[in-house]
Design a protein around this ligand. Structure first.
Ligand code: ZN
Ligand code: ZN
Length: 220
């Protein structure tokens, strides 16, 4: 078995404490695993960004779209290694890079214990989905053993949003609701960066009577 990321061989570690336990198949080698950084204990209470107290992004969002997101949880810090990884599936359609993280995603999901929530998929534009060959949000939901709920469609493509970035970021909602729900939901995606995607989806859900909106991403 070779590492999904760097292709070097993975040597299973057998010792006196685990030799009777079922083998958890690791998809990445120890060197790659060490590059993945767990989130520190000190992080934003709302979005999990590393640092002390409510972060600047959340403070700004709480002015423009107050109270829409209850909490974001993530698995790892978005460090330089993570950036490379995300680029593999975002721009090169490399599904294996995403699959490599499956064990860690499942572990975190199980610890959070969010199986009772409706797992909401983030739609891609049809152009983007064709380029990539898959929707990362849908794949992550399937990895944790849940059914993706399709509650939104995109009004604008992703590329358009690069113009006047900051202004658009806060003002225009790129989504519209196609299905209403009145139960707690968790929006699932690969990364929480500016919070734009998740906050805009969350605001539509809350406006339409959804009682609780959380999110779960691999990186923050
Ligand atoms: Zn490796
Ligand atoms: Zn924050």
């Amino acid at each position: 078995m070779n590492c999904y990321l760097c292709f070097s061989p993975i040597v299973p570690e057998v010792n006196w404490t685990n030799f009777l336990l079922p083998v958890i198949e690791k998809k990445i080698c120890r060197t790659c695993e060490e590059e993945l950084e767990e989130l520190p204990a000190e992080r934003c209470p709302m979005c999990s960004r590393p640092g002390e107290g409510l972060c600047g992004d959340c403070a700004r969002w709480e002015e423009t779209l107050p109270g829409v997101l209850d909490q974001n949880d993530s698995v790892f810090t978005y460090n330089a290694f993570a950036k490379e990884l995300v680029a593999k599936w975002k721009y090169r359609g490399d599904y294996v890079a995403l699959e490599a993280l499956e064990t860690f995603i499942k572990e975190k999901w199980n610890v959070l214990n969010r199986d009772d929530y409706l797992t909401v998929c983030v739609p891609l534009s049809s152009e983007r989905e064709r380029e990539r060959g898959f929707n990362q949000s849908e794949k992550i939901i399937e990895m944790v053993g849940k059914e993706p709920a399709y509650l939104f469609k995109r009004i604008h493509g992703e590329k358009q949003s690069k113009r006047n970035r900051r202004a658009r970021l806060e003002a225009e909602n790129p989504f519209s609701v196609v299905k209403l729900v009145d139960q707690p939901v968790i929006i699932v995606d690969d990364i929480y960066t500016t919070g734009r995607t998740i906050r805009h989806m969350a605001s539509l859900l809350k406006e339409n009577g959804c009682p609780e909106v959380r999110s779960f991403t691999i990186f923050r």
